[in-house]
Design a protein around this ligand. Sequence first.
Ligand code: GLY
Length: 368
Amino acid sequence: MEKAFWQDIAEKIWQKERFVAARSRGKVPYTAEDGVFDDKSQDICWWTNGFYAGLLWQLWNYREEPVLRERAEEIEQKLDKNLMTPQGMDHDSGFKWLLTAVADYKLTGSAISRDRALLAANDLAGRFNLAGGFLRAWNDKGDGETAGWAIIDCMMNLPLLFWAGGELNDPRFALIACRHAQTAQKAFLREDGSACHIVVFDPISGKRLHSLGGQGYAHGSSWTRGQAWALYGFSLAFRHTGRDEFLTAAERSAAYFSAHIPESALIPADFCQPENCPLEDSSAGAIAACGFLELFRLTGKGEYKERAETLLLALLKERCDLTHGHDELLEGGTVAFHDAPRHIPLIYGDYFFTEAVLKLIDKDIFLW
Ligand code: GLY
């Protein structure tokens, strides 16, 4: 596609989002019902609470407009409650504070934003399990049930550690991130390049015990959003470390994803779901598009850019609402294969779709 085509789409997103930002003041959106954003302010530790701010910062960077910045800052401030809630601090700190505080600091130099992000990074580093070489994913009720659980999604949280290490000139952060990525590459990626969602380690010996199907169709299947997290996450690990092993992991994840893109280019919820199952996840397509574009930047291979454009064009044509009537951009997101609700707007779908469009016109800000 011509760059001008994507420039036009970026412009339409910006025009829409400044209206949506103004009419959604006070909200921390996760999904939308009948075209109106919900509000996660009362569930402030929820893992997706940074994405809307990330989208606003991306668009503010594209072209400044006060409401975009004000809304992003509002959400960043609300997240302070999460920073002071130890039980609500988990491995998703990257998603939450890279797209809020780190973005704010990078774009405005805000000192308090830097402090927030450093606190979050220190907490994330503290989740490292020395025996297994992984970052623990979720908390439990204190019974240790999930003490040895790690998930592929965490690859996207590692950039918070790379950022903090650079900011403080302290190699501990990158060492932890790098070690987690090495563990993930061995423990999550299967022979065929598909990724497990959850891997359970013995939290004392560090031994890999088994994997779980998690949000996918079944044990041993390929949950598409997890596959997209692997594709983009390993690409980012390569970008931050220059280690070839991560580029190999990213390209293996990408090859599996590419080989399973259906003719419609609308991504199913799981690449192994039964053939007649219509379940889709638009967010997986948007995340993978960003991953493919990152791989294009890293390797110069045109096929990755083509793949990204194929995914984005399908979303644009079939699942995207650029009108000002609805708060969301993308429809057709699915949280988990076996749990309702399905085929709903998901704020991270909107974030990654926007990031991908801006990447295509070289107007994104690198937040990972
Ligand atoms: N990180 C959780 C998810 O992708 O649903």
